[in-house]
Design a protein around this ligand. Structure first.
Ligand SMILES: [Zn+2]
Length: 74
């Protein structure tokens, strides 16, 4: 089990929905295995998983579209 490099808590293995801005759009990848820090929420991926995530994003093989609420801090 790895430690969080931000706050040094023990990260726990989880399956998460990974989100990222990609070419000006917010995209999500479901069912991504990651180590997540329970204290600060930092997410860690193995190089293999990070690679697969990038490949699936670049494949444009979209499984569904979501609408997300957007707020303004004015
Ligand atoms: Zn942390």
């Amino acid at each position: 089990m790895s430690k969080c490099s931000v706050c040094h808590s023990k990260a726990v293995s989880k399956v998460i929905t990974y989100t990222q801005w990609y070419k000006g759009k917010l995209i999500a990848v479901e069912n991504v295995p990651a180590e997540v820090c329970p204290t600060c929420g930092e997410e860690y991926f193995s190089p293999d998983v990070a690679n697969k995530v990038q490949k699936v994003i670049e494949s444009h093989n979209i499984s569904k579209m979501l609408e997300i609420p957007v707020y303004q801090l004015a």
